[in-house]
Ligand binder design. Structure first.
Ligand SMILES: [Zn+2]
Length: 75
């Protein structure tokens, strides 16, 4: 996990209120930030596997080649 300040608030992605929030990694591209721990982990896992967490993520961050080759979405 990250060592970041404990901001408490609604997660930008899942909208769960009163969560400790962590800023998204810049290397992930255009993703919502800040994120709660489960959402942060989703992006970390997806990027580690070179995949995307959902259609919006792929649409914003995948290359044209990746999009045309088909999306390897994580569940
Ligand atoms: Zn979340």
């Amino acid at each position: 996990m990250t060592a970041t300040p404990k901001i408490i608030g609604p997660c930008t992605r899942c909208r769960q209120p009163h969560r400790p929030l962590f800023p998204a990694e810049k290397a992930w591209g255009d993703v919502p930030s800040p994120l709660c721990s489960p959402c942060w982990s989703k992006y970390a896992d997806a990027r580690a596997n070179k995949t995307y967490v959902d259609f919006n993520d792929a649409f914003d961050n995948a290359s044209d080649e990746e999009l045309s080759a088909g999306l390897g979405l994580t569940p």
